[in-house]
Structures are given as structure tokens and as C-alpha cells.
Design a protein around this ligand. Sequence first.
Ligand code: GDX
Length: 383
Amino acid sequence: ASLVCFPFKKERIDVVLKNVRIAAKHSRVSVVLLVAAGKNETYEGIAKEIPAIEQANGKKIILKVQERVGSLRPGKGDGMNSALKIFHDYRPKLQRLHFYDADIESFSPLWISKAEDSADLEYDLVRHYFPRSSTDAQITWQVTRVGFSLLWPHKNIAHIQQPLGGELLMSRRAVKVFLDSPEVMERSDWGIDTMYTFAAVKSGLSINEIYVPQGKLHALYGGLRDLKTMLIECFDAVQTIKKEIIDTNSVHHVQAGEAVPVEVREKIGYDIEKSLELLRENWTTEQETLLKLFPDRIASGLMSARNFPKWGFMDEAAWVNAYRVLLDNFDKDNEDWCELLFKLWVSRVIHYTMRHVLRGYDAALSELNAMVRNVQLSSGKKV
Ligand code: GDX
């Protein structure tokens, strides 16, 4: 028996309810759990509809406000970790826990069935992965995939397709591993996805990544500024575990991808014009001082972007150099460091967009894959 959880904050009520009905109807699902960030309009709107959905499907639907589990900003991590605890204590015992973002417009019963099929083959962790627009997923590519490849080039973790994905199935065994991991339970913010991925690999859980060809259609980001908090928390998560040793190489299978649908190939993931402005904003003298820790080309490049949008200095090699400096020095409690990390990442994303996305979808994706492979090769070679 399985539990499907949708963590939510502020979302379109009709979209969330549609997803809840899909889960409640599924034959493998016995409980649906909605974990709210707080009691807001979305919460109230959902609460009203629950009795009818329970009655129509004969399934238990639980709506709860998340607990304070971790110690960082209370966010999606507290939501997901609260769900782990509810799942673990639920009686009669449940076997599998699924997570899906509540705002997905393309959710279907197939997402649940595919994950269940894979869990039937006894994988501990099943992760959904999707075709993504070439300008989407720039925290995944530039921060998490580069970071994992730099730190553990010989391990499976460097090869996880979408290590930040919020759609996944955990076996009871996986849930137990996460509940017993202090790093996971403390991660109350956006860093939670990084920690689940890391803890799964470190503890040797078997992982299957399953491909969902329709892609994940959800609300578009505005400028890259919308992603600043997520960027900082995802980078901080990598920095926290940078000294960890992974001494397992567990089973990791990836289902082959398929042709990418036109809607995904042609979608623009963020507002480019709005994002160009970001390189000029919020400068302080402290940021100028911190920039001196970086190689000259990066420091002078970013300084010149204060006057006119510039990005040519932040190619792949420069980003990897900047990443190393950040891993050694970044301090998430210092706002100037946060703003500097953000500007460096913005210049990287704009460089990639202008140099590679312009050449078309296939060229852009092959560049991202080449970047990750190059980082693995250069940091993994024995000298
Ligand atoms: N309970 C709870 N508490 N839910 C939250 C909170 C919170 O503080 N913050 C967000 N959520 C919910 C939200 O309502 C939605 O259902 C889901 O979490 C994802 O949030 P959203 O703002 O839609 O995130 P976004 O930008 O779509 O990122 C998601 O996809 C990324 C990815 O796959 O690349 C999110 O699951 C990321 O963690 C993931 O890395």
C-alpha cells in the first residue's frame, strides 16, 4: 500500500485538487497526504473539498500543516520531512511513499504507475526525470550537477539526471534511512532535494530513474531573481556536505529518454531581458572586496557588467574556477556573499543562454552534458 504526498504552499486550488483526485483514484494508493506550509487560502480551499474526494474514492485523505523538523529556513524541507514522519507512524503500515509537486499541470496516473512498477523491481528509490526546456533547470545543471561532479566524480551521484527533482518514490527502507540521517532532517529549506539524493547514494540505496516523456508543465519563472533563495539554499546544501566521503557505488539504473516534445523544446524557461538587469543591481563595496578572492578575469568581468550587461567572461572553465572559490569561502549568512553568488550564477546562465541556447535545443543540451562530463574528467583524473 502506498501514500502519495503533495507538499504545497500557495498554489492554484483547482490544479492541486485535480492532482489529489488522480492520486486518490489510483488502485495502488491507499492514503493521500497534503502537507501545507501554513493555513492560507490554498489550505482553506482544499480543506472544503476533502470529504467529497474521500467519499468518492473510499480513500483516506489527510491535510496537515507541516511540523518544524529542521533548523534552517522553514520551507519545503520541513514539509517533506513532516511527511516522512507521518508515513512512518501510520497504521496499518504503508510500504511506499510518493512525492509530487502540487502545482504540476501535466500530472497523470501514469506517473504513479511507472514509479510503482519500478518499486516492484525492488529499487529503494525511484526518481522521475523529465525532458526540460534548455533554459530551465539552471540550478540543477550549474550548481548541483557541477558540484556533485566536482566532489564525487567517480560515484553514481555525479550521474543522477535530475538530482533536485521533487517527484520521487521512497521505499520504507529509504524513508528509514532519511529519518535516521541528521543532515536530511535538519534541511528544512530548498536544500532538501540535494540531501535526499546525497543520503540515498551515501547509504547505498538502489536508485532507478524513470522517464516521464510528457514533461513537467508548471508555472514559468519571471526573471532569475525568483530563483535566488533556491539557488543559495541549494548551493549551501552542496557546501555543507563537501567534505563527506562516499564509499559505496550502489545500483543506479536510468531509463532511456525519448524524443523531446515540441512544447518543451520551444519553451523559454526564464525572462532573459529582466535577467540582464540583475548584473547591475545591489552592488556594495563589500562585494567588490569579496570579488578579489576570484581569478582576475572573473573579478574584472563581473565588475564591468555593472555598467553594461556582459557575460563573455563566464565560460564553463571560469564557472568551475568560481565554483571552487565559492565552495571554500561562501557564507550563506552574509548577504553580500549571497548576492555575489547570485550575480556569478546569473552571468553563467546568461553566458550559456547567449552562447549555446542560441544554437538550438540539441546543441544546448549537448553543451550541458559536456560541461558535466568535463568536470568529472578533470576532477576525477589521478595525477
Ligand atoms: N509544505 C510546503 N512548504 N510546500 C512547499 C513549500 C513550503 O515551504 N514551498 C514550496 N512548496 C511546494 C509548492 O507549493 C509546490 O507544490 C512544490 O513545493 C514545489 O514548489 P515550486 O515553488 O513549484 O518549486 P519549483 O520552482 O517548481 O521547483 C520544484 O522543482 C525543482 C526541480 O525539479 O528542479 C521543487 O520541487 C524543487 O525542489 C525542485 O528542485
